[in-house]
Design a protein around this ligand. Sequence first.
Ligand code: PA5
Length: 428
Amino acid sequence: MINVTYSGNEQEILNSQKVSRLQSIHDNLYAKKGAGHDFLGWLDWPSNLSDSFLQNIKDTAEEIQKQADVLIVIGIGGSYLGAKAVIEALKPHFEKNPQFEVLFAGQHVSGAYLKQLMNYVEDKEVAINVISKSGTTTEPAIAFRFLHKYMEDRYGQEASERIYVTTDENKGALLNLAKDRGFKRFVVPDDVGGRYSVFTAVGLLPIAAAGFDVNQLLKGAKQAEDELSTFDAENNPAIKYAAIRHALYEQGYTNEVLATFEPKLNYVQEWWKQLYGESEGKEQKGIFPVSVTYTTDLHSLGQYIQDGKRDLLESFLIVEEAGEDLELFEAEQNADELNYLAGTSLHDFNLVAYEGTSKAHLSGGVPQIGIRLQKVDEYHIGYLLYFYMLACAYSSYLLDINPFNQPGVEEYKTNIFKLLKKPGYETE
Ligand code: PA5
């Protein structure tokens, strides 16, 4: 389903990683024993979720589509990137008068954005899905304070029927507010962290509301769960990807550039950066995740990748089958001198551009991993996201890192609270 290749001697690089080490990571993972094992709920989530859970998601998505033209999803980090990645991958680039839109808020703090968002939805019917596992994150809380008031001013009592909350089952300010106002609630499971939550209600409700087939998405994830659970360092793509990138890390390649030729995957790249950056970047270790879109960035960061500091590894996420496409045609005058391309589809052009770029960067000293995905649809995206999550767990354990905590995101928060004199922080 996913094919992982390495630009150099595959056998040699895999042999540099101890099979016994990979085997013990595998065994601990599936016995749910390693560091952070309390957060392994995502590992068998696709095969464990119940029909009634899924039906509730689909029914609620339908209810939202009936009551609203726009769903505003409020969340940050793992509470929005999974849904955003899937929706951006599947929706058309342009849509004339869309029947239903999913928009995002709370992923940053911008007065202009929130003002313009409220202005944009003025003549549309609105519903809101606020997502926060902790229920205390400042950015979505700020956005919700404004949007909640907007909904109450606009809809009065009815606002409560248009607000859906996805949060912890037992704690957090958002939970208390949801209980107090009677908002419909979905639970972020205790044993699933934000960046591993795309297949829970966190991702599924917005994705279903956007009109995409969550059954197919989960079918792809379940297929990945089944296929990638066997221990085979050479043929299991998740283990292979983790082992190769770790071997390259040991050789000094400390930055991974995730490159794609498919702009629809830009938010998959953002999701991947959060997943790997927040899982691995601890204790002064980890590969720094960066992303580029080609051919756009061949006219920008391509220069650095070809010729800059040699600590980069590049992983190409290649889509094999185009969805919609165009073919170049013969022009009478050939004024643009492109007739040599007549008969070439734009997808074919990108595949050639991949070959050319890959060769150039290789000769520039950038080792490469190829990740091939058959096509972009719900099923294959479900497979891909599960693959990346599993590989991330292996990769973090190879660094002796707990993949599931994020101690480093606390310091800046405390500083902001102190500077803003949040109650409890004034005297610090
Ligand atoms: O992956 C993570 O755990 C984080 O990125 C969180 O998703 C992010 O900080 C938002 O947290 P919360 O869902 O508690 O608002």
